[in-house]
Design a protein around this ligand. Structure first.
Ligand SMILES: N[C@@H](CCC[C@H](N)C(=O)O)C(=O)O
Length: 294
């Protein structure tokens, strides 16, 4: 099957974007994996599909598949690329669009400077809704609220102290002294596939530089370590604000670029929504023959 695509990136987190507004491509998980493959396919961390609005009140449906072929609930860097794509491709004249995702409705706004701001919705802390099983895990005394952070035992390793929450998709955030020396390659897969997370989890490693500045690396569920993870940046900042490390606006430096995350906990409380601002850039367009993999 011949498939037209646009390659995009947001802070180095890269995507194959597919226009399915005129009909579904009905790709199989193996075909998503092929598109994401950096040797045999196009190469991407995630595949983003633009589909028609599934219900009134939204402009499009935004569907996300990880490089491993699995469909997931949310992708922050992808959301920024999504609005840039639908605007540049002439699918809408609007600079602000509302999209339906498996995690709910997101509002995406193109800024005059080319960056994009996304209202990522409210974080979710209830373990069952992450989903996460915290039963019997020891809290760190200084956590002080909702038993955060928790000691997650890793086979053959010391425990990882993780704050767990959902930004529509699941995240476990560990604070580290130096993100360059963080054990991302060892702990990332161990946390991602930990039995306490029935749908697996994205593993973030955050260094607090000061109250308005963080450094972050993320080992993503279904994609491995990426150059940036938007929902991971939101999760790390939300966790850090709740634990008293950060003020309400934080610049997060990831290996591929900077994202600015705002969460007005003090003024609006726990249901405040998280705003993420960052880049979204087209890289190239193309047409590929996708093999008939089922
Ligand atoms: N890169 C993304 C997150 C993509 C989905 C994630 N790997 C998951 O499985 O939940 C982002 O920018 O948020």
């Amino acid at each position: 099957m011949r498939v037209a695509f646009t390659k995009m990136q947001g802070a180095g987190n890269d995507f194959v974007v597919l226009d399915e507004t005129r009909g579904p491509l009905n790709l199989s998980p193996a075909q998503y994996r092929w598109l994401a493959d950096r040797h045999f396919g196009v190469g991407a961390d995630q595949i983003l599909s633009v589909r028609p609005a599934p219900h009134p009140g939204v402009d499009f449906e935004y569907v996300i598949h990880n490089a491993d072929g699995g469909e997931v609930e949310n992708c922050g860097n992808g959301a920024r690329c999504f609005v840039r794509y639908v605007h540049d491709a002439g699918l809408t004249p609007q600079r602000t669009v509302r999209v339906a995702t498996r995690a709910g409705v997101l509002t995406l706004a193109l800024q005059d400077d080319g960056r994009v701001t996304v209202d990522m919705g409210s974080p979710v802390f209830e373990p069952a809704r992450v989903p996460f099983d915290p039963e019997g895990l020891a809290p760190r005394a200084e956590g002080g609220w909702q038993r955060w952070p928790l000691a997650l035992p890793l086979a053959g390793e010391p425990v990882a102290w993780v704050a767990v929450l959902s930004m529509g998709n699941p995240h476990a955030v560990a604070r580290v002294d130096d993100v360059d020396a963080a054990p991302v390659a060892q702990w990332g897969p161990a946390i991602e596939g930990h039995a306490r997370f029935p749908r697996r989890v994205n593993a973030g490693f955050v260094q607090v530089v000061d109250r308005a500045h963080a450094r972050l690396r993320v080992y993503e569920r279904g994609a491995g370590e990426t150059l940036a993870c938007g929902t991971g940046a939101c999760a790390a900042v939300v966790a850090g604000i709740r634990l008293g490390w950060f003020d309400e606006r934080v610049d997060v430096d990831l290996p591929g670029g900077r994202l600015t995350i705002e969460w007005p906990l003090q003024t609006q409380g726990l249901t405040a929504t998280v705003r993420m601002t960052g880049p979204a850039e087209p890289v190239f367009t193309g047409v590929v023959d996708v093999p008939d993999l089922r």
